[in-house]
Design a protein around this ligand. Sequence first.
Ligand code: AMP
Length: 391
Amino acid sequence: MQLFNYREIRTPVFEETALFARGIGELTDIVGKEMYTFPDRSETSLTLKPEMTASVIRAYIQHNLGEQPLAKVYYLSPMFRQERPQAGRLRQFHQFGAEAIGGELPSVDAEIIALAVEIYRTLGIENIALKINSVGCESCRPGYKALLKSYLERVRTQLSEESQKRLETNPLRILDSKDKQDRVLTADAPLMKDHLCAECSTHFRELQASLTSLKIPFEVDGRIVRGLDYYTKTAFEIIGKDLGAQDALAGGGRYDLLVKELGGKDTPAVGFAAGFERLLMTMEKQSLLNIPLPAPLIFIAAADEEGKRWALSQALELRRYGISCELDLLGRSLKAQMREADRQSARYVIVAGHNEITRQQFMMKSMKDGSETPVSAGRLLEEARGLLGHG
Ligand code: AMP
């Protein structure tokens, strides 16, 4: 995120419910049935954030982030949705994502997509697919919506119950229904991408040209519609082919109408959100998740009471110089302390007792090969820092 010059934004874990109802849309699944909503003591309705964009835009308006020509922010945050839990779908999960607020050109869409794709590429993840679409704008979508509706009207009774409801509320969503029969019925349905106005069509073409020149492989998929009402023009998803039923790693798009809808100035924006757990699941499947547990560089073992006091003050000293260390705080025997150092994968052990402290001379033992190096008290810090440099 920082390489792309995005700055971190943090928002509270809950917001007033009205923000999400307006920002995401009353008729979406999230607002309709997935939010954790509760009244506080003064009967204000609050909601745990189900996604980040509405909160970011609220903060953008409230704190005048629009003073900069293009506000580029990123986040990593827990999200809450009351969905049926299953593999890759949790009720508290985490998303990372980014928003670029204030730019209308397709180059901003290209940068956001490049950023999302680059994260997976940098982590060495394979088997992903980028799908892009355009969902049009205020001027071309209503006409298309009517066209789609009348097309689906003819097969209304054969559609799934859910899709029949959506025919009234959000017919575009019928296109990404997972129901088999719905899939068959919509196989030849008209798609937004073929009914774009001149402006949206140019924007979509230029975005594709940018992605091609960036050598980012993509696929145009007219069925990517996204669940949220505020999207305009670009919509995209990154699919993880190893993931199973819940296969979306990330999703995003342009939302030129949201800032104004939430009370700000007319401001175009584009962003994405990615699931952290699904990223980890993918990394695990592809054997990319070999993150070592943090281990102390040095374990100071105490041989007696004097050693314990010395260990306590020496540990603080070392820590002040950026050297991670551990010591025994449970009054264990020297033997038990050595076992503990081993269990914690400490790289070196220093044994301190009356003799060592009197002579100001200590033994630094490597836990890897058992070798021992004598170190004088005066050189301890320097030696420890040297160890940091030598892996
Ligand atoms: P969305 O805001 O629904 O477009 O979600 C963006 C990304 O967040 C998805 O592509 C998933 O990777 C992730 N995600 C969404 N909902 C959940 C959930 N309930 N549990 C885990 N990850 C989720």
